[in-house]
Ligand binder design. Structure first.
Ligand code: SF4
Length: 993
């Protein structure tokens, strides 16, 4: 039970006590004749404002302290926030330098075509010019009908990248504006990082998000870190793992290098990047065999009732064990599968055939058994480069969480998702967890470490070419009317969203304004990478980068500079002059692109909500005014849309009414609360906020911008701003989608009558009248009363062990697109559906023999344009480097600190060598294979500069998500005889900062 005297109270009293001592003269002045050696630099404040960290998706809380003049005097971790409990990593501890920073952009900057420098401009001029350019590019590239004569109302001449650093309300307005303009090339940083994981979670459990929250990892019995490395990627959350370990939990780390997480683990297994499915497939094989041998050690009710284990697949289905690594239905011309061959068998009454004995040779359980029978310990060791003994240890430990009163957590990050089989890697983790009954229970689940602070919220709010807010499928050219569009989600969801967007211009008589929406081409991929490709091809004429830095963070990053150089215009919103804004300053670049650099407010210079990886939607308050003339993206988007509505006023050609009839009732500087209320939804006639998804209507009487956020801002107030330390699983803290559910699919934690499988750690419990514990998604009783299974959003509400992903219904190991070894599991070397972009070159193992993986450092954030301008962090991590094993260093004659050149088929970088014992060569199928690891945060701007590691990475991507393969590609490593690398620029001195 929580103490009545909180740490927050303690700090308040501590501050007060210090003030009292000062008043009483206990802090003496200088003694006569003695020079003072110290200055009292204790912060002074009159106001405290809470906010959420803008760096990664943990959602750590912070307090901003401001003095009577409104100056920011101090920041510290928020002791009451359950995520970080007052702690801060180095980035969080440096947050004050986002505002108190002389390098912040304070004015609108404009680079004229071909110019060598910026000019300062007014906001009014810039918004007016941008609006005119958007109109010209949009109109010139507008496609009203496709070749088949179907109305598509889209423009492919403008792209929008970014959004994952924005607040939810900004993301929502961005999605609304871009759709009204007909823009289809729109994507956030989620595409580059977590999109593949989200696809896997949605296919497995019904929602595009993780099931549990970080605070609950403290209830796990075994934690399997599959390369997630939370000690460095989510450092302020690591205490929850520590808490679990303090209670006896075992931490296992499987990683290509001995990370700081691995150093804390009881078991560390070194496995090469790109072998995650082989490793997890071996675990699945072990668990299936153990279920058959020791059924009492597993939760068979969970497996047979809540998963598809017993469902029988049609007999024409064949898998990799029969087809040399492939599945039935592959078309080698289109590199795709005909998924009709993967359907479930139906009985004569049309019902699915289910064998709860799990013995039918074509039931999913047996198909899994057959596929993973090949993943023997010998095969796992030979493919991953680990020892069989280490692997056996992991199997025994993690399989023990299959007991009904035990829970196992799997932690993963981009080392799992950024692969050509990234979605299937997370699917493999999901299958393992389903067999162990670890989803929906306390301490169990798949814990994702999102990179950008609002990568989840950007996806939730439709900053994605193929999803509208609330994950409604964006219409395609085949959706010729509202009914076809609505059939992909629900009429209520579709009508309510369009009502929020088009107000009185949306009614049942005009299909709620469905014709206003752009329809995508079914054969075009509009993702982040292809947008850059189409800029380079000259097809896209203008682009927005909303806090995005593709010149550093995109795959084949060097190609992004060439692509931006081809644009007519580029608009960048950011806090600092990023590499993307300044691409034209790069040596050797000649470009006529006009660039508008709009100074953006930082996270605590504005208000709004942000959604962490756990689905917690937390409210950020405004602590200080934005520096100089910087503005929030909410205001920038609203100003631009208002100007565009004026420009298009009175026009009807080219779907102009999609813009002029868009409901934009906000002021030029909208309040985030007003936008949040629209996202929550309201009754159109009374303007009363709605409370529940059951309130949605298909007749246009309700408007709702995001069905997932219903309940976040009701007439009883802004739930996202709550700070109550009450309720199960922190239910009183902020708000969690959907409907404040903290552990998704939580009815899987109880038996058919609603009683917890683990009475010691109940999540929900049925008391005969209702549920106690966590909120339950939907008004539904226990399974034996309602008949409704716990995995809402999936077919049959069951956890999907067998799911029709683009590259197969069950994960299969393939080698990364570039690999130094042959696939030992089958004759199919690479994922046969991998997305390979035209013109991309594949490096051979002969020329590029070393595996390279990109990594994050704790001191820098992703594209780096923020943290490389923060002096505290620059001092901690000034220079780009690559981690090299002692063995590889010895082979190449490299010493620590030497400059080494890494070259891939895309380009080369020169960075300092960090020779380390953390990495060791792998023995793969008897062959010695070296791997290096390189952080990717550096670029040619900022006060700490260095080569961008993503220059080396291929565009080749996962076919489910279009997420590129940053985590395993090939390079050659050379020592540079007289190499130097840029580190800290002359703009930096410790004293003046
Ligand atoms: S960077 Fe991440 S771990 Fe560090 S304080 Fe911010 S949210 Fe927390």
């Amino acid at each position: 039970m929580r103490s009545q005297f909180s740490r927050r109270d303690f700090l308040k009293i501590s501050g007060g006590t210090a003030g009292l001592f000062a008043t009483a003269g206990l802090f003496r002045g200088p003694i006569k004749g003695v020079e003072p050696k110290m200055v009292d630099t204790r912060p002074r404040w009159v106001k405290e404002t809470t906010t959420i960290c803008p760096f990664d998706a943990s959602g750590c809380g912070f307090i901003c302290y401001t003095d009577s003049a409104g100056n920011l005097t101090n920041m510290e971790g928020d002791p009451d926030n359950p995520v970080n409990r007052g702690s801060a990593c180095s980035k969080g501890a440096s947050l004050i330098q986002l505002h108190n920073n002389k390098h912040r952009l304070e004015k609108v900057l404009y680079r004229a075509a071909g110019a060598n420098d910026w000019e300062e401009k007014s906001w009014d001029w810039a918004i007016g010019e941008i609006a005119k350019k958007v109109k010209t590019s949009r109109n010139n590239g507008f496609v009203a009908k496709n070749a088949a004569g179907k109305t598509v109302n889209r423009t492919e001449a403008i792209a929008s990248l970014g959004g994952a650093t924005l607040d939810n309300e900004e993301c929502y307005l961005l999605s609304k504006m871009l759709r009204a303009l007909g823009i289809v090339y729109l994507d956030s940083q989620a595409r580059l990082s977590t999109a593949s994981g989200m696809e896997a979670l949605a296919a497995s459990f019904g929602q595009n998000a993780m099931n549990n929250s970080w605070t609950d990892v403290s209830n796990a019995n075994v934690i399997l870190d599959m390369g997630g490395n939370p000690a460095e990627n989510y450092p302020a959350c690591f205490s929850h793992l520590g808490e679990a370990m303090g209670k006896g939990a075992e931490l296992i780390s499987v990683d290509c290098r001995l990370t700081r997480t691995a150093a804390k683990a009881g078991t560390f297994v070194a496995a090469r990047s790109g072998s995650e499915i082989a490793f997890t497939g071996g675990l699945i094989k072990y668990v299936i065999a153990d279920i058959e041998a020791h059924p009492a050690n597993y939760n068979l009710t969970y497996i047979t009732e809540y998963t598809t284990a017993g469902m029988v697949v049609n007999s024409n289905f064949k898998g990799p064990a029969d087809l040399g690594g492939m599945f039935t239905g592959y078309n080698s011309a289109s590199h795709s599968y005909d998924q009709s061959n993967w359907s479930f068998a139906k009985a004569s009454n049309g019902e699915p055939v289910i064998d709860k004995t799990l013995t039918n040779p074509n039931c999913v359980f047996q198909l899994l058994k057959k596929q993973y029978a090949r993943y023997t310990p010998e095969m796992v060791a030979a493919t991953c480069g680990c020892s069989q003994a280490d692997f056996a240890k992991v199997c025994a430990s993690f399989a023990a969480t299959g007991k009904a009163d035990k829970a196992g957590a799997i932690i993963y990050a981009m080392s799992s998702t950024q692969h050509t089989s990234g979605a299937q890697t997370v699917r493999a983790y999901a299958i393992l967890q389903m067999l162990l009954g670890n989803i929906g229970v306390s301490g169990g689940g798949l814990f994702a470490l999102g990179g950008e602070s609002n990568v989840q919220g950007a996806a939730d709010n439709g900053v994605s070419w193929n999803k509208l807010p609330g994950y409604l499928s964006a219409p395609t050219e085949d959706d010729t009317n509202f009914a076809a569009f609505a059939a992909k989600s629900s009429e209520q969801n579709a009508a309510s969203l369009l009502k929020a967007w088009y107000g009185s211009n949306a009614s049942s008589s005009n299909g709620f304004g469905f014709s206003f929406l752009p329809k995508t081409d079914l054969n075009t991929n509009y993702s982040y990478v292809n947008a850059i490709k189409q800029m380079a091809a000259g097809k896209i004429k203008g682009a927005f980068a909303w806090g995005a830095n593709p010149v550093v963070e995109s795959s084949a990053a060097g190609q992004a500079i060439q692509a931006l150089a081809k644009l007519d215009w580029l608009v960048v919103t950011d806090m600092f002059e990023s590499e993307t804004a300044a691409f034209w300053k790069k040596e050797g670049i000649s470009s006529q692109t006009e660039v508008f650099l709009l100074p953006a407010a930082c996270s605590y210079e504005k208000e709004g909500s942000v959604t962490n990886a756990d689905r917690w939607v937390q409210w950020r308050n405004k602590a200080v005014n934005a520096v100089g003339e910087a503005k929030s993206e909410l205001e920038i988007i609203s100003s631009l849309l208002s100007r565009l509505q004026s420009l298009y006023q009175g026009e009807s050609a080219l779907n102009a009414e999609a813009i002029t009839k868009l409901s934009w009732t906000y002021s030029t500087n909208p309040s985030a609360a007003d936008v949040a209320k629209e996202m929550n939804g309201y009754q159109v006639s009374s303007m009363q906020q709605i409370d529940s998804p059951e309130d949605l209507k298909s007749d246009g009487t309700v408007a709702c911008g995001n069905n997932l956020y219903i309940g976040s801002f009701t007439d009883s107030g802004n739930k996202m701003a709550r700070r109550e330390q009450t309720g199960a699983f922190h239910a009183g803290w902020a708000w969690s989608w959907p409907m404040n559910v903290r552990i998704l699919n939580n009815r899987a934690s109880v038996d058919l009558s609603g009683q917890p499988f683990n009475a010691a750690k109940p999540v929900v419990s049925w008391n005969g009248m209702g549920w106690t514990g966590d909120a339950v998604d939907g008004k539904v009783g226990p399974v034996n009363q309602s008949g409704e299974l716990p995995f809402k959003g999936t077919s049959g509400n069951t956890a999907q062990l067998f799911a029709a992903m683009v590259d197969g219904p069950m994960p299969e190991h393939y080698e990364p697109w570039e690999s130094p070894v042959d696939n030992a599991l089958s004759g199919t070397q690479n994922n046969p559906t991998a997305m390979v972009f035209e013109g991309d070159t594949k490096g051979s193992a002969g020329e590029y023999p070393v595996i390279c993986t990109t990594i994050r450092t704790v001191e820098h954030s992703l594209g780096g344009q923020l943290t490389r301008n923060m002096p505290f962090l620059v001092e901690l991590a000034p220079a780009a480097y690559v981690e090299i094993s002692e063995q590889l260093a010895s082979e190449k004659g490299i010493k620590a600190g030497d400059i080494v050149k890494l070259t891939s088929a895309r380009g080369s970088v020169s960075v300092a060598a960090a020779v380390t014992k953390r990495l060791k060569p792998f023995s793969i199928g008897g062959k010695t294979v070296h791997q290096v690891a390189i952080p990717y945060h550096w670029g040619f701007m900022g006060i700490a500069q260095g080569d961008s590691a993503n220059t080396l990475a291929p565009n080749t991507a996962d076919s489910n998500s279009s997420t590129p393969e940053f985590k395993a590609f090939l390079v050659k490593v050379e020592k540079e005889a007289d190499g130097t690398v840029p580190t800290i620029t002359g703009r930096y001195t410790v004293l003046e900062d």
